[in-house]
Design a binder for this molecule. Structure first.
Ligand SMILES: [Zn+2]
Length: 424
């Protein structure tokens, strides 16, 4: 797949009309993978002729362990780590080894991943994003990228049609505002939390920007945040579900999130039959420098089986539930564990009449749920949330854990925001 094809498909393609069309398309891509990519990877070469079910299940830790043998560019793990760590200390976002960009992913769990890509792979990303989201090609687009990950070589992808400005989330947020105001982006790409802060700054007239496209990446976009951002900027917020491992999904023109099945084969590791919640096992059909094959992500996705008005048959997602580790479980009367969707917690907060501006929850085992609240009337909010959660527990036939309330949420821009956290 070349960048032009990817661009044209994203810009003018109507998506796949049926599941059969997806299967057919993927079958061809698998042939290419088996013939041209896998034989160049010492780790995967022995599996090139074997069925998918025989391929090893990959994850972040295994990928790190076998990095040297997995990549097709002959880069050793030691060499890649050295370059990535040095450049990270120097906040240089363009570490290269023989035209291959290397970087370390952050990851909320502390476990870090090593990733390598060549120029064509990075261009595919830009082609996909621009094809789908660029407002127009009649004028030069100015793209603002707020990201915490390093290995940001996107600025180098700039050309006559487009310029990229990178905003490093490890630097102070306020220092970015003037530059952003000067840049006047036409396309704004940032994690949901940062979009929320930018909307706030715009509302308070600290900045005055008029992006024509806003894309939320890297963390869960709640309906409340989405509304707040859309109200301030007056346009729809689109979502791109991506991680270092690739672009897993994006919103369609009807505003619904679809998995990116044109470029990824996605198997489901079902963790909750009732909702269909699953952890995706991805096989990226475009990567060549570092094959991502049968790679299990730690995310939990909730499928939406309704066909989308846009006509594309790629699987729709109701939402990205969060990380596997952050799924809450409450005990039922018969002693089994019941998965509690983060949406249920969100609703308990959203329906409080006191008006809760922000919250965090941390659950310890199944016994204790700690809740941090920001509300005008804190006491009243605690009482309402307790009532709401108790009602939710009854509705799912589970026992409500002990609740403990706190005020004062500590915000860190450089960390992924997780509103719901589970601890063992
Ligand atoms: Zn759609």
């Amino acid at each position: 797949m070349n960048p032009l094809t990817v661009f044209l498909r994203a810009r003018y393609g109507k998506g796949f009309a049926s599941r059969e069309a997806i299967a057919q398309h993927q079958q061809k891509a698998f042939q290419h993978l088996r013939r041209n990519i896998m034989p160049r990877s010492p780790f995967y070469a022995p599996y090139a002729g074997k069925p998918l079910s025989d391929w090893p299940l990959m994850n972040k830790a295994l990928m790190m362990e076998h990095f040297t043998d997995i990549n097709t560019a002959g880069i050793s793990k030691e060499e890649a780590l050295h370059i990535a760590l040095t450049s990270e200390q120097e906040r240089d976002f363009a570490p290269m080894i023989r035209n291959i960009a290397v970087g370390l992913s952050t990851g909320t769990s502390g476990q870090r991943g090593l990733f390598a890509s060549n120029k064509r792979e990075r261009a595919l990303w830009a082609a996909l994003m621009l094809g789908r989201f660029s407002p127009s090609f009649l004028q030069r687009q100015r793209v603002s990228l707020f990201l915490r990950a390093n290995n940001m070589l996107y600025e180098r992808l700039g050309n006559a049609l487009i310029s990229f400005e990178f905003y490093d989330l490890l630097q102070s947020f306020n220092s970015h505002l003037q530059r952003l105001a000067d840049q006047q982006p036409t396309v704004l790409i940032a994690p949901a939390q940062i979009l929320g802060l930018l909307a706030q700054a715009q509302k308070e007239r600290i900045i005055n920007i008029a992006p024509r496209c806003i894309i939320s990446v890297a963390e869960v976009l709640s309906p409340e945040d989405k509304n707040a951002i859309e109200t301030v900027f007056g346009i729809r917020v689109d979502q791109v579900y991506q991680c270092t491992e690739g672009v897993l999904g994006m919103t369609c023109r009807a505003g619904n999130l679809h998995l990116n099945e044109a470029y990824m084969h996605i198997e489901r590791d079902i963790i909750d039959e009732a909702s269909g919640a699953f952890a995706p096992i991805i096989t990226d059909l475009t990567r060549e420098t570092q094959p991502v094959l049968k790679y299990r992500l730690d995310d939990i996705l909730i499928p939406d089986n309704e066909p989308c008005p846009c006509g594309c048959a790629s699987l729709r997602l109701k939402r990205i539930e969060g990380r596997c580790d952050d799924i809450l479980y409450w005990r039922t009367a018969d002693g089994t564990l019941r998965m509690i969707p983060s949406d249920l917690i969100r609703q308990a907060m959203a329906t409080a009449k006191t008006g809760i501006s922000d919250y965090r929850t941390v659950q310890h085992g199944q016994q204790l749920l700690e809740i941090w609240l920001e509300a005008a009337d804190y006491e009243q909010a605690c009482a309402e949330v307790t009532r709401n959660l108790a009602a939710q527990a009854v509705s799912v036939k589970a026992q409500l854990p002990e609740l403990r309330f706190h005020t004062g949420i500590h915000m860190q821009h450089d960390q992924k925001r997780r509103r719901v956290i589970a601890k063992p």
